[in-house]
Design a protein around this ligand. Structure first.
Ligand code: SF4
Length: 440
């Protein structure tokens, strides 16, 4: 048991946010106190991400700042998450960082033990072993409020997309048992949650003793008290008809699919090892829309993957025009240490080309998103309020509709966690605006 105070800072994706909730639970069980301000902490943990280059840089800068700010004071600093797996040696051996411990994503249960070793023996502690089994099914995350609860239903990934570090930093795919997940959802309902988001690096490849993701979605939606079920992020290769059927027919499953495209050229997709062609992706979008024509589809795209020509980039542009995504997260390719792409393909698309391409796709997507959002004007949408103010106004609240779009409207007497009917009256590429109307 410890009397130490811990401050945790989280970088990167939602899975990392979830892992921080697991770490909080592990530490609280051993009596560590979690604090909101690093200046009060005896131990600072950075839960890191390795997916983008600037994420790594941010963490290195943060370590320097922390050491400078706490100069002379006894504080332990440690790195958790994907960077821990990927850069263990660099982090531990670089004297400038002066890191005390490095713990990978499958070793969080050992944190108290490793911290103790670092505290009492003054040793640098590390464990970045990846497990084929660790699913944290026996750790109930320590959440910090909010109206949506994230639940990791599987961890790791077997896909080895050539640009991605996840299979190396988070290990092989493994799924939790449906019963264990449903038990967690029931507990969440008792705590007042009405919405859950099922989370996985490749969430729709979930499988546990013959049960697949369609089964899990259906079962979770049946938990009494749950109003909405979301999931992220799926891979286009794992969309059997049963899953599309559940998404389309089950009123509790939100009508939004985030479907990473990554590139519109089949040759580039093959170099990325995405395991689908442009035509197969477009066919899947057609299938999804046949099941539910008004579904919201969003995507991720990488521009400037090695050897991408102007013509191949034009194919990505064309696919985006054809599909008319509701929103897209567009990134410039940057080499990640340890990936297949870093070993096999020189990063040969110039920075100017990447910039030009990202600007063109963002322009295209903004005009599509605006048009799609404007089409909602006049509709009444069911919105779950997530924030009691917005960045721009203390008098407005912010929520999300079924399609995961942000909706802003005057607060009046409405509170975080309320479901309300909102008449949509205006739109930008990124948000909808409206006013609450009586439930019809
Ligand atoms: S599906 Fe590809 S991009 Fe997604 S986590 Fe797995 S390897 Fe990475």
């Amino acid at each position: 048991m410890s009397t130490k105070k811990v401050y945790i800072e989280t970088y990167g994706c939602q899975m990392n946010e979830y892992d921080t909730e697991l770490v909080r639970a592990v530490l609280q069980k051993e009596n560590y106190t979690l604090v909101e301000n690093e200046s009060e902490a005896d131990i600072v943990m950075l839960n890191t991400c390795s997916v983008r280059e600037n994420a790594n840089r941010k963490v290195y800068n943060r370590i320097h700042t922390l050491r400078r700010e706490r100069n002379g004071q006894p504080v332990m600093i440690g790195v958790l998450g994907c960077m821990a797996s990927n850069f263990r040696q660099k982090l531990l051996e670089n004297r400038n960082f002066n890191i005390d411990f490095v713990i990978g994503p499958d070793s969080y249960k050992r944190l108290p033990q490793l911290l103790k070793a670092a505290e009492t023996r003054g040793e640098k502690a590390y464990d970045v072993t990846l497990s084929e089994f660790e699913d944290y099914a026996d750790v109930y995350p320590s959440r910090q409020g909010g109206v949506n609860a994230w639940i990791a239903v599987m961890r790791g990934c077997n896909n080895f997309c050539t640009f991605c570090v996840v299979p190396y930093t988070r290990g092989r795919e493994r799924s939790r048992s449906p019963l264990n997940i449903i038990e967690e959802v029931r507990r969440l309902v008792d705590e007042g949650y009405q919405q859950v988001t099922l989370l996985g690096q490749n969430v729709n490849s979930y499988h546990h003793q013959g049960k697949d993701f369609a089964y899990l979605l259906e079962r979770v939606s049946r938990v009494k008290g749950i109003e909405r079920v979301r999931f992220t992020s799926p891979h286009p290769k794992d969309f059997p008809h049963e899953l599309l059927h559940v998404v389309a027919e089950n009123p509790k499953v939100c009508k939004h699919i985030h479907l990473p495209l990554q590139a519109g050229s089949s040759r580039i997709l093959n170099s990325m090892n995405r395991t689908y062609t442009k035509e197969e992706y477009l066919k899947l979008v057609d299938d999804i829309r046949q099941h539910y024509p008004r579904i919201v589809i969003t995507t991720d795209v990488i521009v400037g993957f090695p050897t991408e020509t102007d013509e191949e980039f034009a194919e990505t542009h064309e696919v985006m025009e054809k599909v008319q995504f509701d929103a897209a997260f567009i990134f410039k390719y940057s080499e990640r240490k340890g990936t297949i792409a870093a070993r096999k393909y020189p990063d040969d698309v110039s920075a100017e080309k990447k910039k030009e391409r990202i600007v063109r796709l963002n322009e295209l997507q903004n005009s599509i998103s605006l048009r799609k959002n404007q089409a909602h004007i006049g509709e009444v949408q069911w919105v779950l309020i997530e924030e009691e103010s917005t960045r721009k106004s203390l008098l407005d609240v912010q929520g999300r509709n079924d399609g995961n779009k942000i909706v802003i409207f005057p607060r009046d007497s409405h509170r975080k966690g309320d479901f309300v009917d909102v008449l949509i009256q205006g739109a930008t590429p990124h948000v909808l605006r409206g006013k609450v109307v009586e439930h019809s």
